[in-house]
Design a protein around this ligand. Structure first.
Ligand code: VG1
Ligand code: CO
Length: 544
């Protein structure tokens, strides 16, 4: 075995986005692209000599190649050990747990999450720090800076690791342990939730369908729902991870889970439907005749978390990303606990969780999680819902309606315009930003009066850091909001995200169709930002 130092030239586009570096597979397949990026990560870290690195991915195309490369570069750079999931698989929350549980130095999560996979799809690499969470901006900025000047990387000349073989192997001087991807994670879930109560609910005929979308949660869902909780075989659909996700789009929303939605709305449908995304950190929750928006789900889980054993002492606080609806704020207010609004992306929750200031976090993009790991966690959300259903013995629909009757309803939708010309999208945002100072006080149709208009800046209360330009917020005196930002996970052109929200008091109307309820705001957003006119799009690509 020898350690080789290979000369390389930098790439200019290795800037991590909302959640790691995501690119088309073809970009990643360029010679030295993976090598450069991983070396740039290691060059931005200190003190890992002899320490443990966790590696795992969502099983998408190119995972196997990138993992072998990552192991060899980790070995050459002096890591003492790599813990890797069998067959290269680790869901994002499971990777976070393994980093924490084994006190690893950090981890590499290989995923492009909900983006399609396969040779023409996307690939991604994300670095997580020792608390199990995504690297903070300080590190991702350093990685990008390093990637622009890197001129060599170190790699061992060693054989590939047999990723299918559980147990100890070596790569150069470094130990590689291939671990069961599910066992530690499933054990953690058992400490948080009342498994016997959920099992009893299944035994009494409760019916659920879970769509793993041919992605990483399949093995976890089979083991936990059908294995440990006794749900009938067949409860888990599409439970075998495939490199191209069965040619599907592993994004659990009403567009890509339309069939499940229709099933849950049908007379003979199951009681509960759920799905997760490519890397297992998102969740979709649909009760019989009731879709639960992710923003409402966050509020509901926070309000009911004490019903699960892991949270019976109550929760310390709640955090939500800025575009997420304010439904959770009302729960925090009632509970008298802290509420935080952070920029989009899970990395901003890490400090608040580490400091014990919040217990539950969530994003409108179908991500919810707690202090049990430092990533959002799809199966955790499903299990917490099941635990709540088992204790309250009511339907999802009843629970949601009672929640609205107590706290009011935040009608909420997100309109995505995908693959918009990047220049057009950039100018649209810049022009709207320039208009912001003139907006407060203006009154539009339907008595919509603007209370404030700004580009969100986050001040981290724990480490004092500041993150500016995190998205445009236009707030109205009645609690309605228009939010607009550009996606940081897309790989082609720009994705414009428009988020709309309107509050209806506890005794108000809670039975309106969402898009209709938000129509005046949708029209006003278009008027203010000129989306139709500038993009030439008559309708959003995706509505969630
Ligand atoms: C999107 C979501 C954001 C989420 C991020 C990563 O980011 O909006 O809430 O944290 O994806 O999730 P953006 O910048 O495209 O809006 V995942 O499941 O893709 O890791
Ligand atoms: Co994801």
């Amino acid at each position: 075995m020898t350690i080789q130092t290979i000369k390389t030239a930098p790439f200019s586009d290795q800037k991590p986005g909302t959640s790691g570096l995501r690119k088309r597979v073809g970009v990643y397949q360029q010679p030295n692209y993976v090598e450069n990026y991983i070396q740039a990560i290691f060059d931005s870290l200190e003190g890992f000599e002899g320490k443990t690195l966790v590696i795992g991915g969502d099983g998408r195309f190119y995972n196997d190649v990138a993992i072998q490369t990552a192991i060899k570069i980790a070995s050459a750079n002096g890591f003492g050990k790599v813990l890797v999931g069998q067959n290269g698989l680790l869901s994002t929350p499971a990777a976070s747990h393994i980093i924490r549980h084994y006190k690893a130095f950090g981890g590499l999560v290989l995923s492009a999450s909900h983006n399609p996979g396969g040779p023409d799809g996307d690939f991604g690499i994300k670095y997580n720090v020792s608390n199990g969470g995504p690297a903070p901006e300080k590190i991702t900025d350093a990685v990008f800076a390093r990637s622009k000047v890197i001129d060599s990387y170190k790699i061992v000349d060693a054989a590939d690791v047999a990723l299918d073989r559980i147990g100890l192997q070596r790569s150069g001087n470094m130990v590689v342990e291939v671990v069961d991807p599910v066992a530690d994670y499933a054990a953690l879930m058992q400490t948080l939730f009342d498994f016997p109560a959920i099992e009893a609910m299944f035994a009494s005929g409760f019916r659920m369908t879970f769509d793993a979308m041919h992605a990483v949660t399949g093995p976890y869902a089979h083991a936990i729902f059908e294995g440990m909780l006794g749900a009938p075989k067949g409860t888990v659909l599409n439970g075998t991870p495939s490199p191209d996700f069965g040619q599907g789009h592993p994004d659990p929303n009403l567009v890509y889970c339309k069939e499940m939605y229709d099933l849950l709305m049908s007379a003979n449908g199951p009681d509960f439907g759920a799905a997760s995304d490519g890397d297992g950190d998102r969740n979709l929750i649909i009760g019989k005749n009731r879709f639960v928006t992710p923003s409402d789900s966050l509020a509901l889980l926070a309000a009911n978390a004490h019903l699960a054993p892991g949270y019976k002492q109550g929760i310390a606080g709640i955090a939500r990303s800025m575009p997420t609806s304010a439904a959770a704020d009302r729960v925090a207010e009632k509970l008298g606990i802290e509420m935080h609004e952070t920029p989009t992306g899970w990395k901003f929750f890490g400090n608040l969780l580490d400091a014990g200031r919040v217990t539950i976090c969530g994003e409108e993009s179908a991500g919810t999680g707690s202090n049990h790991v430092r990533e959002k966690d799809g199966l955790w959300a499903v299990l917490l819902w099941l635990n709540i259903l088992a204790v309250r013995k009511q339907s999802v629909d009843e629970i949601v309606r009672e929640h609205w009757a107590t706290y009011g309803r935040n009608y909420y939708t997100r309109h995505d315009y995908e693959e918009v010309d990047a220049e057009v999208a950039g100018k649209l945002v810049d022009d709207l930003r320039a208009k912001l100072p003139s907006l407060p006080g203006k009154v539009f149709e339907d008595d919509l009066q603007i209370a404030y208009a700004d580009d969100f800046t986050y001040h981290d209360p724990v480490d004092g850091s500041t993150s500016a330009k995190q998205g445009i917020r236009i707030g109205f005196t009645d609690g309605s909001r228009i939010v607009l930002r550009l996606s940081g996970t897309g790989t082609v052109g720009a994705t414009l995200r428009l988020y709309l929200e309107r509050y209806e008091a506890p005794d108000g109307r809670h039975d309106l169709e969402t898009q209709a309820a938000l129509e005046p705001l949708i029209a006003l957003a278009d008027e203010l930002a000129g989306i139709t006119q500038r993009t030439g799009r008559q309708a959003p690509s995706v509505i969630t």
